[in-house]
Design a protein around this ligand. Sequence first.
Ligand code: HDE
Length: 689
Amino acid sequence: MKKDSKAGKGGELHQTSSDPNSTITTQQGVPVSDDQNSLKVGSSGPTLLEDFVVREKIFHFDHERIPERVVHARGFGVHGYFETYKSLSKITKADIFQRAGEKTPLFVRFSTVAGNKGSADLARDVRGFAVKFYTKQGNWDLVGNNIPVFFIQDGIKFPDLIHAAKDEPDTGFPQAATAHDNFWDFISLTPEAMHMVMWTMSDRAIPRSFRFMEGFGVHTYRLVNAEGISTFVKFIWKPKQGLQSVLWNEAVKINGADPDFHRRDLWNSIQQGSFPEWELGLQLFDEDFVNKFDFDVLDPTKLIPEELVPIQKVGRMVLDRTVDNFFAETEQVAFCTSNIVPGIDFSNDPLLQIRNFSYLDTQLKRLGSPNFAQLPINAPKCPMMHFQQDGHMAMQNLKGRVNYEPNSFGGPRENPATGFSSFPEELKGPKGRHRSETFADHYSQARQFYISQTSIEQDHMADALIFELSKVEKLSIRELMVGHLQNIDEDFAQKVANGLGMKTMPPPAKAAKPTKKELPPSPELSILKNGPNNFKGRKLGILVSDGADVKCLSSLKAAAAKEGTDIAIIAPTIGGIDASDGSHIDADFKINGGPSVLFDAVAVVVSPDGAAMLANEATAKDFLSDAFAHLKFIAYNNAATLLLTKAGIDSSIDEGFVELKVSTDAAKFFKLCHKLRVWDRQDKVKMPS
Ligand code: HDE
């Protein structure tokens, strides 16, 4: 799966060379004679300060780390391109949207929010979805999330939110988890967070893959055309792969089995040539809509249902290239919401306004120099002409005597016609620390999100809240939260109260505005209503043993190839197995390193001897019992029935099992897998919530 690092050109750093006699050098290019031993007096003597080779090496090592991002520290970036479907010149002059078929290079970084750089991928958390478009008129950064709303309405509360969400300052834990008192204390005292909390307690916060998530710009922006006419816009990324999440119990186990699950998934799918795609959708609206909409379009805790403003798909993003170097690209990429281009403009969303300060500021802290835009990953791919100069690590320096404007020697000059100009919105009002009255409804859209979910998803939300609040030690915080839930949906509140073992219902939280119960469900807000209805890009784990029926395996492989499903072979040892016809089959995982949580569905194809041997292996039984508990489809051959029995599974319990008797059974199995999970099984594998 790994690429060889490419050798640089002359004058550049060569990391690897096909010449076995090439010589390691210092940073100064001095050839090194011994890279194993430091310079000493005698064989047991002290090391000499004179050893410039070791000093340079250790000095550099000591300074390898840069501060991790204060939020979104754990991320994964890849390259791709955006292809414009049709000219949008009527609504925007943004160069990227002028020509059908135009391809614009881009870099995407997906992330979690709360955890440190080394935290696990399957934390229950919001996912960052940041895209840097290298357009011909400068870089445009669309720094979004996989959730369309946010916790707070004014950026002044962001440090409080993040302090509360991250590890507590005295203990330094929990890591990458909001299931603790500080987070829920802050949330319970912040009614505006309720809509977002419904999302973070939904399966959106435990995606199966970055490839199966939507992305949202969150804020309202403006598009401005050549005549200066502005249209409001919300940006939305729709994955062509469909939406999919995991179950919480599965997430917890994936974190143990493969903390890099999301990174590996994206890396592998791109390396295998299966390039994930998203379509960019625009929700366009004007002042008329703004005036009649129930909520304020500048309030980042609200979304605009697609039923009210349909999405227009204007292009597609294809992710087709992994990075050469994680640090140089993923770690050093510097997104700034303030990076916009002519034809796109900000709105007065108070969160966006503060973000526009924060991102530039934080990059200076992280990257240590105002010249971070000169790093290749951050540099625009269009010409740049300015008189900014010097500073730490300046690599692109002005030539000639002129470093000011105006000057009488020549250009560049400002250009009022083509240069970026802000939309001339007329504004007036008293200076003050305001919170608009139009931001005061905190529960209506939270309720709308809840009633838009299937009952399965509603159960997951209740389970998530019960799990999280059960980790909260202070009873009054739990009670206050249930009080908020009562303003969202009383049955939901009751379910959570029951799950928390509350004997009496706490009073509803005080609401600034009553909940609008008449808002209709919006089916687009549900994951299960927007599944892929195929098994493409998903993964089947096949547990095998020596003597496994080769015909059965071949039929599974052929059917998987037809579906576009990836398969992995899990065997008793990493050496693989000898199948029924004596042919050797390589393994991808040894059984204890390839638990079923890593796969979307599983199959067991074993010989009678293999089944008897695996029946004593705890991880083989876990493979099946977890697949069952995680509602996965299970295919098996006759000899595997012993393993099912040992794992305590009755295969007649539901429609999720396919016995592989004849070659057509494999295709039958994959057809079932289109549903991704056996949702009807859910009630059989857990106590009622
Ligand atoms: Fe961020 N956010 N944020 N944020 N955010 C950062 O910038 C901040 C917000 C988002 O992959 C930081 O480079 C403030 C909303 C993503 O490199 C920092 C506020 C949304 C990423 C910062 C918000 C986001 C960040 C930390 C409230 C969704 C990762 C490191 C006013 C629309 C970008 C950095 C990457 C990163 C500040 C709220 C998305 C500190 C002050 C809302 C995807 O600048």
